[in-house]
Every structure is written in C-alpha cells, then in structure tokens.
Design a binder for this molecule. Structure first.
Ligand code: 2BA
Length: 109
C-alpha cells in the first residue's frame, strides 16, 4: 500500500478528483497554501495498492496544467535577498508536485 500526496493548482483540483473517482480511487482533499507564493492550492491524498501508483500518477499528471505567474519580488523574503524590492518576476507553477510514501498499516474501522 502506498500513499500518494499530490499538490495541484486549485483550478485543476475538481478535474483531477473527478478522474480519480471515475477510475475507482478514493481521494481526500486538503486545502493548502504554497510557502513561496502564499497562494491557495490543493493537496490530494490517495491511498492505493502499489501496482496502482503509476496509473494514479498518470491521471494526476494528465489533468494538471502548469501556469506562469508574475509576482512582485517584494512578496517573499527569499526573492528580496536577490532582487531589488518591487521587481516583477515570473515563476512557473505546477503541473502537480507528487510524493509517494509507504503505508505501514491500513485499516477501515
Ligand atoms: P509555492 O511554494 O507557492 O511555489 C510556487 C512556485 O514558485 C513553484 O512551483 C516554483 O516554480 C516557484 N518557487 C517555489 N519556491 C521557490 C524558491 N525558493 N525560489 C524560486 N522559485 C520558487 P512548483 O514547484 O510547481 O510548486 C507548486 C507548489 O507545490 C508550491 O507552491 C508548494 O505548495 C508545493 N511544493 C512544491 N515543491 C514542494 C516540496 N519539495 N515540498 C513541499 N511542497 C512543495
């Protein structure tokens, strides 16, 4: 058993969840916030047999788009240290950021 954590853009979350559900996977959505942009995103948690991990990852990747965001460098201290405050910079957000971890024990009580 594996646990897939997928951080996806809020605008992709509905479609990713719908596709996972259609293929029979249960999903839990956690509302989350990116530490860099401080913008809302969604963390999807999917518990699956290890043989299904690639299938789940394929669905998530197929339904997640990458996007360009222009931000003001004064938003984050990390950027401020390198560039003068107020300078606009472009970052590419996503598609999805996916982590897969082992599950030691799984039961539904
Ligand atoms: P944020 O932390 O808000 O990051 C949004 C985007 O900003 C990132 O897109 C990346 O392109 C850029 N970025 C992040 N940190 C940066 C830095 N220190 N310097 C320059 N640019 C930086 P993604 O990489 O696609 O990440 C999208 C979201 O996924 C992140 O939102 C965060 O919520 C999550 N994430 C990404 N990598 C992660 C990791 N290793 N661990 C935990 N969460 C992660």
């Amino acid at each position: 058993m594996k646990l897939v954590f997928a951080i996806v853009h809020d605008e992709d979350e509905t479609e990713v969840m719908r596709s996972l559900n259609e293929d029979g996977f249960s999903v839990t959505k956690l509302s989350s916030t990116g530490g860099f942009l401080r913008a809302g995103n969604s963390t999807l948690v999917v518990g699956v047999p290890k043989e299904s991990v690639d299938h789940v990852m394929d669905i998530i990747k197929a339904k997640s788009r990458s996007r360009k965001k222009l931000i003001n460098s004064s938003i984050t201290p990390a950027v401020n240290s390198a560039i003068a405050p107020g300078y606009p910079i472009e970052v590419t957000v996503g598609g999805a950021t996916i982590f897969v971890v082992d599950v030691e024990k799984y039961e539904k009580a």
